[in-house]
Write a protein that binds this ligand. Sequence first.
Ligand SMILES: Nc1nc2c(ncn2[C@@H]2O[C@H](COP(=O)(O)OP(=O)(O)OP(=O)(O)O)[C@@H](O)[C@H]2O)c(=O)[nH]1
Ligand SMILES: [Mg+2]
Length: 304
Amino acid sequence: MSSTNQSPFYQRAEQEYQEAKTDEERLACLEIMMKEVPKHKSSENMRKNLTNRYKKLKMSLAKQKSSGKGTQIGIKKADMQCVLTGFPNTGKSTIFQTLTGQEAKISPHEFTTFEPQLGTFNFEDAQIQIIDIPSFPNHDKSLVNSTDTLLLTIDNLDQIKKSEAYAYRTKAKIILIFNKEDLLSDTEKRKIEANLKSKFKNYDYIFFSQHPTKIQTQELKQKIFETFPIIRVYTKEPKKEPSKEPMILKKGSTFKDAAEKVRKGMSEKIKRSRIWGPSSKFGGQSIGLMHILKDKDVIEFIAK
Ligand SMILES: Nc1nc2c(ncn2[C@@H]2O[C@H](COP(=O)(O)OP(=O)(O)OP(=O)(O)O)[C@@H](O)[C@H]2O)c(=O)[nH]1
Ligand SMILES: [Mg+2]
């Protein structure tokens, strides 16, 4: 069975496999190929071949990891990360500049952004990492596939389906940013909105532009923040104000996880602990190590 008889997903994954730069990427491609290859007799050899390649790669990756080498993409992932993607000239770098206040290269020519630009913005004490990358098809595949959230920036509806060819392997949540709102008449905007609500129900979307209102910018930041499976927890010392910078923990974390994040081994030294905020029954409630925390909790503890 030749690979030309395979599904389009298989073929795409195979092509990406050939172009892949890291073993992680190759592994992800193989996973798709293994899923897509037909299960009948005539493709048995092909399946075996794929499984063998997969196993070998997994082993070599495990070795790399244990020897501490690992693979490198040059950007250290923060607790919360989002990536701006889309077709050329949709206004991604302009959005990057609006959100971060950092200057970006912006021009009416295509592919103005030719390498990833890293920035951060603040939302209610949380530091969110944002990366502006080159447009499809020159995007950074490993970033698109590995980030938490994709900000898919479009200026017409056809781009949604077309972009699936470039982002079909991502595990990220997607927010659609319909940009250049200023170019739309009220009627056009209503039509687009109706389409988004009927044909693209699965996407969370927002209209945006190069001159957004304060409320629009806040709403975009809020939407981005809500895609991350994390909570903010503030710590405080007795009789003092809570920390300005929250700790960022995974959703479902316990007080023990928080104490361990402050310092390894800390959870074994806790003498007394109290909590204020959404997960407490009342302000100043005493809690045990297994208490499950919520976003915006404030914890106070005394260690031995
Ligand atoms: N009318 C209008 N023009 C915009 C808006 N946002 C960006 N532009 C213009 O669109 C062009 C492209 O903007 P960029 O921010 O460079 O777009 P990009 O997606 O980063 O483009 P590449 O990096 O080249 O792929 C520039 O001329 C911007 O001034 C907007 O909201 N409204
Ligand atoms: Mg750009």
